[in-house]
Design a protein around this ligand. Structure first.
Ligand code: SF4
Length: 751
């Protein structure tokens, strides 16, 4: 292939949170290669194996291009009109007979990587009006939302470590060397960590596994899974006991310090060391180092969220940052300012509450508009008013990603109707009556509504489609718009263009109603003539950019951002290092950072009560791999090469005790289920801990993912327990699962 027969296009990688720029080589109507975009303002040429496999993922022959409808036990291709008529015939009678709560919605993680997810799902949810909304957030990061809700009054106000300027980074339960960051968008996280060391700083990792991040760290401390809250309280206790608390610039804007001091009394390093297995003197040392460092940042992620005290742990991460004066200052943890958002300038607001409604069966409180996915099977299986009879899934695979997934798998089989928006016939969508596949990433535009609010440096980038769409394909915005029209009762045949236009007018109406500079005497109709974009999502983005933090205010600030400006900047627009944003960002009733909240204090009491709890002999944790992101990249040949990855890591001490050797098959049992896994003996996990990656188990019948099926692995969520949740957030406990392990009798065992 010569340069004359190929062309180059630039695009943000949509495959994880790092938001790297890709340089794509295109021949005809096919992407044939992907590499890092060396001129990208944020990623500077970095690419990981997933991004490099972008072409294979987009051209995956197993990817669905046309809708499927179930006929008996087969899924057959139909045209879009028939698919939507089938959806209408399935959903409308259920709404009319049983009301909106009889329809549940499950939103998977990839929704935060699409423009349709950010722009069209809120309208679908509002229109449906169901209380049974579930998402991957409650098997992932909900504790961070809840703790930030209490601290800052806004569950979406999440501070990120200022990795490019910090002197000391303490990493808990995160493996950014492989994940490239989560709830902290930081392309080339490894390079940024190396840069900390190159400028004389340090990073310390606390994790029950010696991850690749831990390998490169200045120090790695093993910690018993699920006990980070004790370690962090030991640090907080030391800060108070040794007079090391220094709020710095924020002293006037923080309340609840005395109450936190009281709460920490019970958690001296000597008291918590036996629980968390980190030496007391090292806990004190960490407190002193964080207090003494010119700048420091504590960053906790999945291992701090998916545990019994996930919200407390997430809260304590921020408490330590506040008490050491590192919140909202360069080199500490800071709040990004994304281009599509307008900054708040006045502190104060309604604050954050949970429990506006409760789940019907287990009475679990609503959090951030949704219920814990750990109770979805209860809601499907339990008869009664408002029983869930139909399910809509969008880009989700809860059969692999949620606890006791075997039970959920059976429950999905009992639904009256199910429709899935998904490009694959996978372990979940095989239950669907209708599958609606969206366009692949090469044929749609991309802007990171979610991750630009979490970027460690402010920047903006928009990627237009790099290939034309086949007229017979359907864009995800159109799919979600048509689903919205169906649940609203307007009918499967209604043209979605009317909804697109209504959403645009509503966004302009909000601009005009705000009576802020962008509106400046304009009417909605006048502003409408100024909006640019070839696609409904582009037009909505244009409005958000032009009225956002760096916007051109519809021409009033010509140097400002707009869709046109981003289209002319294929490598992105750098918006500079993070800037202090407090107190203006705070939406708590007091207008301060509220360290103390009643629900938090009540859970601290529970944490204290668990200090002397008998600890389990063996617990299960997950693990992340550079070539995987949950379940949906296991059908890409380039990412499945190499040695078997879905193995059970076990420490040599435990292996000897259990008479297990490398390559053996072990039976792993928990309260919820059992499975058989290949053993890998390694001191990368601490004694008393075994580890399996999640997102595997591709051996169920009725799927169409040939590469994944050839490398099925085992589903770790057969072992996790739907009744084990973080009480404050409803987040599932996926780390620290009590298990028994023994040599498998004969052959694989799964239940
Ligand atoms: S780190 Fe994430 S965003 Fe960057 S290339 Fe890899 S998958 Fe894509």
């Amino acid at each position: 292939m010569t340069a004359e027969t190929t062309r180059t296009a630039y695009r943000t990688c949509p495959l994880c949170e790092a938001a790297c720029g890709l340089e794509l080589t295109i021949a005809g109507e096919q992407v044939i290669a992907a590499r890092g975009d060396r001129d990208h303002v944020f990623s500077h040429g970095f690419v990981c194996p997933k991004g490099a496999a972008f072409a294979q993922l987009s051209a995956d022959p197993d990817r669905l291009r046309r809708p499927l409808v179930r006929r008996g036990d087969q899924h057959v291709e139909v045209d879009w009109d028939e698919a939507f008529r089938t959806v209408e015939a399935g959903l409308r009678p259920i709404v009319e007979r049983h009301g909106p709560h009889a329809i549940a919605l499950y939103l998977g993680n990839p929704n935060v990587h699409t423009m349709a997810g950010g722009l069209y799902l809120p309208t679908l949810l509002r229109t449906l009006g169901s209380r049974n909304i579930f998402s991957a957030s409650t098997v992932d990061q909900m504790p961070k939302h809840v703790s930030c809700g209490y601290l800052y009054g806004n569950p979406l106000a999440i501070p990120v470590p200022d990795v490019d300027r910090t002197d000391l980074l303490l990493v808990l339960g995160a493996n950014p060397w492989e994940s490239n960051g989560s709830l902290a968008t930081a392309a080339d996280f490894p390079g940024r960590l190396k840069a900390i060391q190159a400028r004389g700083g340090r990073f310390v990792v606390v994790d029950p596994r010696r991850t690749r991040t831990a390998e490169h760290a200045d120090e790695h401390l093993f910690i018993r899974p699920g006990t980070d809250a004790y370690l962090l309280f030991g640090i907080v206790h030391t800060l108070f006991a040794e007079g090391l608390v220094n709020l710095g610039r924020l002293a006037e804007h923080v309340t609840g310090v005395d109450e936190v001091s009281e709460l920490a009394l019970a958690f001296s390093p000597e008291r918590v060391t036996a629980v968390c297995a980190v030496p007391a003197e090292r806990i004190r040392g960490l407190a002193r180092e964080l207090a003494a460092a010119p700048t420091a940042a504590v960053y906790g992620r999945i291992g701090t969220c998916t545990v019994e005290f996930g919200t407390l742990t997430s809260w304590l991460v921020d408490v330590v940052n506040v008490l050491t004066g590192n919140l909202d200052r360069p080199g500490g943890v800071m709040f990004p300012l994304a281009a599509h958002l307008r900054p708040r300038t006045r502190a104060g607001g309604k604050g954050f509450k949970v429990g506006r409604w409760h789940s019907r069966v287990r009475g679990l409180p609503e959090v951030k508009g949704e219920l814990p996915v750990a109770t979805l099977a209860d809601e499907i299986e339990t008869p009664g008013d408002e029983q869930v009879r139909a399910l809509v899934t969008v880009a989700g695979n809860p059969v692999l990603s949620t606890p006791n997934s075997d039970r959920l798998d059976r429950a999905l089989g009992g639904l009256d109707f199910m429709v899935s928006v998904d490009p694959y016939l996978n372990e979940t969508t095989r239950h669907a009556d209708v599958v609606l596949p969206p366009l692949d990433a090469t044929r749609k535009g991309h802007y990171d509504f979610s991750f630009l609010t979490l970027a460690v440096r402010n920047f903006a980038a928009y990627s237009p489609p790099v290939l034309p769409a086949d007229p017979a394909d359907m864009d995800e915005c159109d799919i979600l718009a048509r689903l919205t029209l169906i649940v609203s009762g307007q009918g499967a045949a209604t043209d979605p263009a009317a909804l697109h236009e209504r959403l645009l007018e509503q966004s302009l109406q909000r601009v005009v109603s705000a009576a802020a500079p962008p509106a400046a005497g304009h009417t909605v109709a006048e502003l409408r003539t100024l909006v640019s974009g070839d696609h409904p999502a582009e037009r909505l983005l244009d409005v958000a950019l032009r009225t956002g933090a760096y916007g051109d205010f519809f021409g009033a600030r010509p140097e400002g951002l707009s869709l046109t400006r981003l289209l002319a900047s294929p490598h992105g627009v750098d918006l500079g290092p993070l800037q202090p944003r407090l107190p203006g960002l705070l939406q708590t009733p007091s207008g301060t950072v509220e360290l103390y909240a009643e629900p938090i204090a009540a859970d601290v009491e529970r944490l204290r009560g668990a200090l002397d709890r008998q600890r389990d002999d063996l617990v299960l944790v997950g693990r992340r791999h550079l070539r995987s992101n949950n379940s949906w990249m296991h059908n890409v040949p380039a990412l499945m090469k190499g040695r078997e990855r879905c193995t059970l890591h076990i420490n040599p001490v435990d292996a000897a005790r259990l008479a297990l050797a490398d390559g053996d098959d072990a039976e792993v049992m928990s309260r919820s289920g059992a499975l058989s896994a290949r053993v890998e003996v390694t001191d990368r996990v601490m004694p008393g801990v075994v580890s399996l990656p999640h997102g595997w188990g591709h051996d169920l019948p009725g799927t169409r993912m040939s590469v994944a099926a050839a490398h099925p692995g085992v589903n770790s969520n057969l072992l996790t327990d739907e009744f084990a949740i973080d009480l404050l957030s409803g987040n599932s406990v996926l780390n620290g699962i009590p298990v028994q392990v023994k040599a498998a009798a004969a052959g694989p065992v799964t239940t």
